[in-house]
Design a binder for this molecule. Structure first.
Ligand code: SF4
Length: 362
């Protein structure tokens, strides 16, 4: 493809214009659309809206297991036989201590994830109290993932200071019944609308690699654009033994990068997060994700380990990017150098987090 093609693609993203489905499909699948100039075009859009900054997120698995839903990708689903150590909701003290650690390790945002279909009124009031305490102690953005939320719950959480609500679409409406049978795609959209009505920022994304077609990947990106979602995690399925979706997905680093580029073109201003599966599926190409994406998780994901904090920070520094935090990247790296107990992913036995990873304060 000639240089002009990539220049026009970048200009389309910079203007915020829509891409046709045909062009989106070519970005994902056509060998005539080459990866390096494609990444460069996506980077021009990323740079305009987010500069060279990377936002670091730390996820807190606030309750492990006990979920009545059957999301086929999730180790906490009732239908999963994954070898996880279930625990009920963490105490406020534990959550506050972990928020403090997240802030001190440079996280821009602290994400609390509670398993379950959705919180009861009592649980919402409890969460509101916890969010209020975190916001009053640490200057950190707070994101909550707590299942299905209605308008009243969204208002309560907003008043408590919640910055963002995470509720992923995960896949297209067409493919949704293949990945979950206990709630619907419309339930998910209703939750996002409730948060939006309460003026809570939206975080909603996709899991790629769940048997969907490219048209589903495109459809989700377009839906997120229509919803004006501010934060888009792009996950690549980590197949966890015992889950309904436990087979290795047919993904490769190049395809994953193409997906990230497409999401940047279709959602130019959004915070695009290269999320779960970045280490497993991007492998040696991981650093290239920083060109379309401007956000990532440190210290792994909900139930699976990821690269160590030091590895991730070093990758960002080596590629010449900076972080969005009130401490310098170099300072955080120095702090990591002084710490001895770095995590590494060495083999499949270490895929799942154990309870010491999930509850470091215990
Ligand atoms: S993704 Fe959430 S709702 Fe679905 S099974 Fe896992 S914890 Fe439950």
């Amino acid at each position: 493809m000639e240089r002009r093609f990539y220049d026009e693609l970048a200009q389309t993203g910079l203007r915020g214009d829509m891409l046709s489905d045909e062009l989106s499909l070519r970005i994902l699948t056509s060998s005539t659309v080459e990866l390096l100039p494609l990444l460069d075009a996506a980077y021009q859009v990323r740079k305009k809206y987010t500069g060279k900054e990377v936002q670091l997120h730390i996820i807190n698995n606030a309750q492990n297991g006990y979920c009545p839903e059957d999301c086929h990708y999730c180790a906490q689903a009732k239908s999963s036989d994954a070898d996880i150590e279930a625990y009920p909701i963490k105490s406020d003290e534990e959550m506050l201590e972990e928020a403090k650690c997240a802030y001190e390790s440079g996280a821009f945002r602290y994400c609390m994830v509670f398993a379950g279909r959705g919180p009861s009124k009592t649980r919402v009031e409890h969460l509101a109290g916890l969010i209020g305490k975190i916001k009053s102690r640490y200057p950190i953005q707070v994101c909550l993932s707590a299942g299905l939320i209605d308008n009243e719950a969204a208002q309560t959480l907003k008043q408590a200071g919640l910055d963002r609500l995470n509720h992923n679409l995960n896949t297209s409406e067409r493919h949704y019944p293949q990945i979950c049978t206990t709630h619907t795609y419309q339930d998910r959209l209703d939750t996002l609308h409730a948060a939006q009505t309460a003026s809570i920022e939206l975080c909603a994304g996709i899991i790629v690699g769940m048997g969907e077609k490219e048209k589903d990947v495109i459809e989700v990106a377009k839906t997120l654009r229509k919803l004006e979602v501010q934060s888009i995690p792009v996950n690549f399925l980590i197949p966890i033994p015992g889950n309904a979706l436990s087979d290795a997905p047919d993904l490769n680093p190049e395809y994953c990068l193409r997906v990230l580029c497409l999401y940047r073109f279709l959602n130019p201003r959004a915070e695009i997060r290269v999320a779960a599966g970045r280490e497993v599926h991007l492998r040696s190409m991981e650093v290239m994700a920083l060109y379309p994406a401007n956000s990532l998780f440190v210290e792994g994901y909900l139930n699976t380990r990821g690269a160590s904090r030091k590895q991730t920070l070093q990758m960002i520094k080596d590629a010449g990017f900076t972080i969005k935090a009130d401490r310098a990247l170099e300072e955080l790296l120095k702090q990591e150098d002084e710490a001895k107990d770095l995590l590494t992913i060495d083999d499949s036995k270490t895929l799942l987090k154990d309870v010491k990873d999930l509850r470091p304060q215990m």
